[in-house]
Ligand binder design. Structure first.
Ligand code: GLA
Length: 383
């Protein structure tokens, strides 16, 4: 009898602890879901297509909110060293914020051609193609209405995954070929956001797909990213002219403000007396990655206030390191904080800018019957 009592007391006690744990988990998840923007801020019909906000969860606690409007990464919640969740994405809690700030491409999928095409022109198989000049004198990030402002078809096969598809018709924004694009976002059990890009065409064309997520590893309202520690695994970069078009040369980063082979604060040389820095108004340059096998990080960043570490992996040959030099504080982001100058950075994995006009760069030509596929991972760790 005594034993029975003791056992049941034990069971009761363990029930109580379990219940306490469940309650704690419930309170945690309520608190966490409050950190994610509400669906209602995104529900709208554009061109007959429904815009929505999708929530993704990883097995290890990481969470994401992604909208099918431009496939934009709206939020990524990651656990910090101190145990609290940090939203590492600079973005908005409503669709309007993204529409008003369209020229900043916050969090968006970029296509058909990420980065610049000189003078909005290129030749393919002897024929010249012209695009809209939206970044005079060049075409930037796909032209007048790029993939960043399209409503993608969305399927959520499970709570970790969002599949987005978009059909870009022949000659949309001046690019040849019917292009079918699929982007799959997965929040993995290893605390990473994995992005798989796939594309196929029915005529030869050019394609350069990327994501324009703006990160601040210290969280919203934490100020600039100048004290974040950056390491980029690249011996070379592609210097540009004053319009940010590559000169065609591949130059060593050695002895320049672009050398991030050893970890350094982003802000140390960002305003250096250097022509390339002036052209970019800071960092806005393509790095030639030493390896792009998705096995070794191409970049590692540490948030100085949270100790959060971001490791980027990719199969793409380049990465555009951009330090939010065109953020001007004009728009109110999540939490009511302005998108102030250099309060976020981007690591846009990509083919090199202007490749269609640069014969020495890796080719961005896509042929029918030879589908394109690339993978990029943004993985988070604690110090
Ligand atoms: C890219 C470009 C920048 C800028 C941003 C968006 O990173 O390289 O020059 O246009 O997009 O503001």
């Amino acid at each position: 009898m005594g034993l029975l009592l003791a056992v049941s007391a034990g069971i009761l006690a363990s029930c109580n602890t379990n219940q306490a744990k469940n309650n704690a988990t419930m309170t945690d998840s309520i608190a966490i879901s409050k950190m994610l923007p509400a669906e209602s801020g995104f529900e709208q019909t554009i061109d007959g297509k429904q815009v929505k906000l999708y929530y993704l969860k990883g097995k290890n606690g990481m969470q994401a909110a992604i909208t099918n409007y431009g496939g934009r990464v709206v939020s990524l919640l990651v656990k910090s060293q101190a145990g609290n969740m940090i939203d590492v994405i600079a973005g908005f809690d409503n669709l309007k914020g993204y529409q008003e700030s369209s020229s900043n491409y916050y969090g968006a999928l970029i296509g058909r051609y990420g980065n610049r095409i000189a003078n909005g022109k290129f030749k393919l198989d002897g024929k010249e193609y012209s695009m809209f000049i939206n970044n005079a004198p060049n075409t930037l990030h796909g032209g007048k209405v790029g993939f960043d402002s399209k409503v993608w078809d969305a399927v959520q096969p499970n709570e970790h995954t969002l599949e987005l598809t978009y059909h870009s018709a022949d000659m949309e924004e001046g690019f040849p070929g019917n292009l079918d694009v699929k982007v799959t976002y997965v929040v993995t059990r290893y605390n990473s956001l994995e992005i798989t890009y796939e594309a196929k065409t029915d005529k030869p064309t050019v394609v350069n797909l990327t994501n324009h997520a703006y990160f601040n590893l210290n969280g919203p309202g934490s100020g600039t990213i100048l004290k974040h520690i950056m390491q980029i695994n690249a011996d070379d970069y592609t210097p540009v002219n004053k319009d940010l078009i590559p000169t065609g040369k591949i130059e060593s980063v050695k002895g320049t403000p672009f050398d991030f082979r050893a970890p350094l604060p982003i802000g140390d040389r960002i305003d250096a007396d250097n022509e390339q820095i002036k052209f970019g108004h800071g960092y806005d340059h393509n790095y030639v990655l030493n390896n792009h096998n998705a096995q070794i990080p191409v970049a590692t960043v540490i948030g100085d206030k949270t100790g959060l570490i971001l490791k980027v992996f990719t199969t793409q040959p380049g990465v555009q390191f951009y330090t939010g030099n065109f953020m001007e504080g004009k728009f109110k982001m999540k939490g009511g904080f302005p998108d102030a100058h250099r309060t976020a950075f981007c690591l846009e994995t990509q083919h090199f800018p202007d490749s269609p006009n640069q014969p020495t760069f890796p080719s961005t030509v896509l042929e029918p019957g030879k589908p394109f596929k690339s993978i990029t991972l943004y993985q988070f760790e604690k110090k």
